[in-house]
Design a protein around this ligand. Structure first.
Ligand SMILES: [Fe+2]
Length: 379
């Protein structure tokens, strides 16, 4: 037996953004609109969201304080604001950070305490405010999933909190919004999507539906990420990458991830590496590690990525490395200023992630250190 959960509705395609007003007006009258500090203002997307909500008859209060790694205190502050202002709906707008923060804020508008309590294991026992998430990148898929990645500032630890209550009531994935991403962001978010799909396919909790979705995403990324990075106006490539992000999200929301994500969070937080870049840097090394346990499955990832018969897992690793390099991301972590003394802490934080538990090859602290050591020699 297995279960499969998704948002209430997913609007996908060119012009899907225009559905925001309709969806929001079905769910509430007074929205807290959650976004980052500047990107959405510069691109005009925030203005369009405000107009769509106003035209649909909603009052929208702006919370634009989400940082690139949303902290527990930011989410708690947003939740308090939603409660004090009697908001009955939360709308997230942007990449992974604003959408994750919007999810946490919708929850904390209703729950007691701090989101950090829930990160540390307290049970989420009730739904939050209804949530609509609008994606402006193609990678994180936070509009699709039920997880909020939060920075626990006290412990300097970034981790995901999830609840079946936390799927958005409506998710909007519009390729048009992704055409505003510069090449480096297109590359980073695309490698995040590739990592989601590969880790979902290899997860011990993968099921036939999640496998089908993950493989579809990998094939789309293999054929389109280079083109989307090279020419941001390539509509075919942008649409394919938005679809890849969405399908990978549908897969990993139900299967969980794996060791790349467990490593990427501590490496990202400690050395200031963007999440998608950290994933791209570490994915080849983790595929090598996992190939010892599930060689055929690692080979299958390469087969769909490269669009040809792949029998050796090494060919998958090479195919991923060439894609990572072609989109301008460094392979491995040799250039990061990692001090030997920091290695035990990095390994411990890696093991603290729930993603390790579904990795196809079991991971001890020593294993995590060995993978990190390999990644420090790679590149
Ligand atoms: Fe990710």
């Amino acid at each position: 037996m297995h279960e499969f959960r998704l948002p209430g509705v997913i609007h996908f395609g060119w012009g899907a953004f225009d559905r925001l007003g309709d969806e929001a007006s079905r769910l509430g009258e007074r929205a807290l609109l959650v976004t980052g500090r500047s990107a959405m203002k510069k691109t005009g997307v925030l203005g369009r969201a405000q107009s769509l909500l106003a035209e649909a008859g909603l009052a929208a209060l702006l919370f634009d304080e989400v940082e690139s790694d949303p902290s527990g205190s930011t989410i708690d502050r947003g939740g308090k604001l939603a409660r004090e202002e009697s908001c009955d709906l939360v709308v997230g707008l942007g990449g992974g950070s604003p959408m994750d923060a919007a999810r946490g804020i919708a929850a904390m508008a209703v729950l007691e305490g701090s989101i950090i309590d829930y990160l540390r294991g307290k049970a989420v026992d009730r739904p939050g405010l209804p949530l609509v998430n609008v994606a402006t990148t193609a990678g994180t898929a936070s509009e699709i999933t039920s997880v909020s990645v939060v920075l626990d500032e006290e412990r300097e630890l970034k981790a995901g909190v999830r609840s079946p209550f936390w799927f958005a009531r409506a998710a909007i994935t519009d390729p048009e919004l992704t055409t505003m991403m510069p090449p480096a962001l297109t590359a980073a978010t695309g490698l995040d999507a590739l990592t989601h799909a590969a880790e979902s396919y290899l997860s011990t909790r993968a099921t036939p539906p999640t496998e089908a979705l993950a493989l579809r995403a990998i094939a789309l990324i293999g054929s389109n990420l280079r083109a989307a990075v090279a020419d941001g106006d390539d509509r075919g490539a942008r649409e394919a990458m938005a679809l890849a992000s969405m399908t990978a999200g549908m897969a990993f929301a139900n299967s969980g991830l794996g060791l790349v994500h467990a490593l990427a969070h501590p490496v990202g937080v400690r050395y200031g590496v963007a999440h998608g870049v950290a994933c791209g840097r570490l994915l080849p090394q983790v595929l090598k590690y996992n190939a010892a346990a599930v060689p055929e499955r690692v080979a299958a990832v390469g087969g769909v990525l490269l669009g040809r018969q792949v029998e050796r897992p090494e060919d998958t690793v090479e195919g991923v490395e060439s894609l990572v390099a072609d989109v301008g991301v460094t392979i491995g972590i040799a250039d990061l200023p990692i001090d030997e003394q920091e290695m035990p802490g990095l390994a411990q934080d890696t093991l603290a992630s729930g993603s390790v538990r579904v990795n196809p090859r079991p991971v001890t602290e020593e294993d995590a250190r060995a993978v990190l050591d390999d990644a420090r020699r790679a590149g």
